[in-house]
Design a protein around this ligand. Structure first.
Ligand code: CU
Length: 159
């Protein structure tokens, strides 16, 4: 009986003593943190929902941006794009097109192209995989004239 208990305790200790490497691997296996952002609404409202995202530097994210409206919207967040390392942008539905421009347009020394705008047509969905590098407050809005003024503005806060 006593020997059996010792074995159980030993097994329990072994299961608790997970090496750091294994923990890191488990974090990667769980994948990026998914955050959902809606551009426009099903009733064609000019809004971002939510209009504020709180993220942390150094963590991998999958930002899922949907456009349930009947019109095209442009996801425009150049300062944010320059502050993250983009792994990929996957675009599905709505016949969507990715647009890019260089850091030089922001007065940032040219290193790599960053995502300037993502054209998100009606019913489209974009999945933006990135890791945040720089802390700050970054505006995100619709780049189509008058849409931002009508309310399609938001803020991404990276701590
Ligand atoms: Cu728009």
């Amino acid at each position: 009986m006593f020997k059996q208990l010792t074995i159980v305790i030993a097994a329990l200790c072994a299961s608790l003593a997970v090496p750091m490497g294994a923990q890191a691997a488990a974090t990667i296996e769980r994948g990026p943190i998914e955050v959902v952002l809606r551009f426009g609404s099903a009733t064609d409202g000019f809004e971002l929902s939510p209009n504020m995202l709180q993220l942390e530097t150094g963590k991998p994210y999958k930002l899922v941006i949907t456009n349930p409206s009947s019109t095209t919207h442009y996801i425009t967040a150049p300062e944010f794009a320059a502050a993250v390392s983009t792994r990929k942008v996957e675009i599905t539905g709505g016949n969507v097109e990715r647009k890019r421009f260089l850091r030089t347009k922001l007065g940032i020394p040219r290193r790599l192209p960053v995502i300037g705008e993502i054209e998100l047509r009606a019913g489209g969905k974009a999945e933006w995989y990135f890791t945040g590098n720089d802390a700050g407050r970054f505006p995100i809005e619709c780049g189509i004239p008058a849409h931002a003024q009508a309310g399609m503005v938001g803020m991404i806060i990276m701590d």
